[in-house]
Design a protein around this ligand. Structure first.
Ligand code: XMP
Length: 522
């Protein structure tokens, strides 16, 4: 797995991931301070350090014990680099162990949850940190003895070495997690370390990013290089396309594949924004016949997903090959997809659904990749989109799955079922967005359930399908909760669907959280 490119001394923070649940959160907290941060695994930390030349190192927490023989291997030479080091939880224990201290299992057993922090030295790291504030602990081992040079800066009831520091070498350690919201003043501690102690360069902001990214794309593509890319209309590919376009103008060729599984108005919206407004070279390929043809008779959700993914690759590959001068492939890949992280790639997590994205697909095209968002988190991509002048409706748009309406049209996908689904989905969006209710929702959409039920419309008996409303809140789609709308809005949505859409005799509300349900129905 390669890493994001970054030239020269970054003035940023290198985060060594010991398998922490919260590693990405640490990286985001640092970036919220306006400082570049990057995550790497222990085995590659020295290499990444040399490449990145960070101004500080943060050692994350992790599930292991430093005294286990196969504990994550970080070269202690990282402590000789002369930059400040902050160890968090396991990171503190690793730091203690490699600076002459001792780590043992916590005598009273593991310590989990909230505890109060008693500050004994409020200079530098703990400046402006409140006395007896709440911090969030989660550890099974503890530091039993500190090595020479270290002092205690704060303690908690069960933990005499809750915060420690060696001011001469600028090594610090926290036995708790400053990055989680439950730790009061955790943000202040990180700010004190990153901006105060390490004096990192705070130049990571959307304005600078646009300039940096545009320059990087120009350098990569050169004066005459051409780029082809698939535009899905989603946030990532849209922001990537506008950035690349700003760098190379009409040498960017965008392809939008209409797979027949789009929401109402989607294709038109993409054409209007990118072709009419940005004057991009945009080719719209209507491949709906082909997608729906291949989906004919297929009812298995995974089979449907795979077909949509495969046909997309085929269609896109054909188009890309026609752009003979294009030697580059643009993609909206994000940092969480490429992070070299124990948590992101280490575990054998089972596949719940095979996700498909428009980016990241055709591997055999023999094109060099242009991925300007490769070192950005989603919220940073949104900020960049705003900076580039993309409309808020697009930048804040709800996620829409790669397989499109195919996973919301249960069973076999047919035009007859897609039509009412599209109409109902448009009503849901219109009613939610007209009142600004989308701000409280992660996703809001309609699902077509091919179960005939009896109704009566205009004095006549009908026997039609079920429309389900799916309204969820979420932070990251890993977990989600079902949500309600004000009753009058629900009534209006239901009335409109039953009156305006032919094909549904009943509207139901999905009240399932994830887990155990998933957000999409297939
Ligand atoms: P589930 O249904 O797994 O969905 O709870 C989690 C989030 O991912 C979106 N989703 C997809 N996004 N390609 C995507 O780009 C896919 O194949 C795909 N499947 C689900 C879903 O909309 C939700 O936000």
């Amino acid at each position: 797995m390669s890493e994001p490119h970054h030239d020269g001394p970054s003035g940023g923070v290198l985060i060594v991931d010991f398998g922490a649940q919260y590693c990405q959160l640490i990286a985001r907290r640092v970036r919220e301070l306006g400082v570049y941060s990057r995550i790497t695994v222990p085995e590659r930390a020295m290499f990444t350090f040399a490449h990145m030349r960070p101004a500080a190192v943060i050692l994350s927490g992790g599930p292991r014990s430093v005294y286990e023989h196969d504990a994550p291997a970080l070269d202690p030479a990282i402590l000789q680099k002369g930059v400040p080091v902050l160890g968090i939880c396991y990171g503190l224990q690793w730091l203690a162990q490699h600076t002459g201290g001792e780590v043992t299992p916590a005598r009273a057993g593991a310590e989990y949850g909230r505890t109060q922090l008693h500050v004994v030295d409020d200079r530098d790291l703990l400046a402006a940190v409140r006395q007896d504030g709440i911090v969030w602990m989660s550890h099974g081992d503890k530091v039993a003895r500190l090595g020479p040079g270290f002092e205690v800066l704060a303690r908690s009831e069960p933990c005499p070495f809750a915060v420690v520091g060696d001011r001469t070498r600028r090594f610090y350690g926290l036995q708790f997690h400053p990055e989680v919201a439950h730790t009061e003043d955790g943000a202040a501690m990180l700010r004190n370390f990153v901006l105060g102690i390490a004096r990192c360069r705070a130049d990571w902001n959307p304005g600078n990013l646009v300039e940096q990214k545009v320059a990087a794309v120009r350098q990569l593509v050169g004066d005459s290089g051409e780029v082809v890319m698939g535009l899905s209309g989603g946030v990532d590919s849209s922001v990537a396309a506008v950035l690349i376009h700003r760098a190379i103008g009409t040498r960017l060729h965008c392809v939008f594949v209409d797979n027949g599984l789009l929401r109402a108005g989607e294709r038109e919206g993409v054409e209007e924004l990118f072709r009419d407004h940005y004057h991009m070279d945009l080719e719209v390929v209507d491949a709906s016949e082909r997608f729906l043809g291949e989906l004919k008779g297929v009812v298995d959700p995974e089979a449907k997903r795979k077909i949509v993914g495969k046909v997309f690759v085929d269609v896109f590959r054909d188009k890309a090959r026609q752009k003979r001068n294009a030697k580059f492939l643009g993609q909206g890949t994000l940092y969480p997809d490429v992070i070299e992280s124990v948590a992101a790639h280490g575990g054998a997590t089972s596949t719940i659904k095979s996700h498909h994205n428009v980016g990241g697909l055709p591997k055999d095209l023999d094109l060099a990749l242009v991925e300007p968002l490769r070192d950005l988190f989603k919220d940073e991509v949104r900020a960049l989109g705003r900076e580039l002048g993309l409309p808020a409706t697009l930048v804040l748009r709800q996620p829409f799955p790669g397989p499109g309406l195919a996973v919301r049209c249960l069973g076999e996908v047919t035009r007859q079922k897609l039509e009412p689904l599209r109409a109902a989905d448009r009503i849901v969006r219109e009613e939610v967005e007209a009142r600004g209710l989308e701000r409280g929702l992660w996703q809001y959409f309609a699902v077509h359930v091919p179960q005939k039920t009896v109704g009566v419309k205009g004095d006549a008996r009908v026997y039609e399908d079920v429309c389900v409303l799916r309204l969820v809140s979420s932070q990251d789609a890993m977990t989600a909760d079902w949500e309600l709308l004000p009753v009058d809005v629900l009534k209006r949505i239901s009335n409109r669907i039953l009156n305006e859409v032919k094909g549904f005799a009943r509207v139901c509300l999905d009240i399932s959280s994830k887990p155990p349900a998933t957000i999409e129905w297939e």
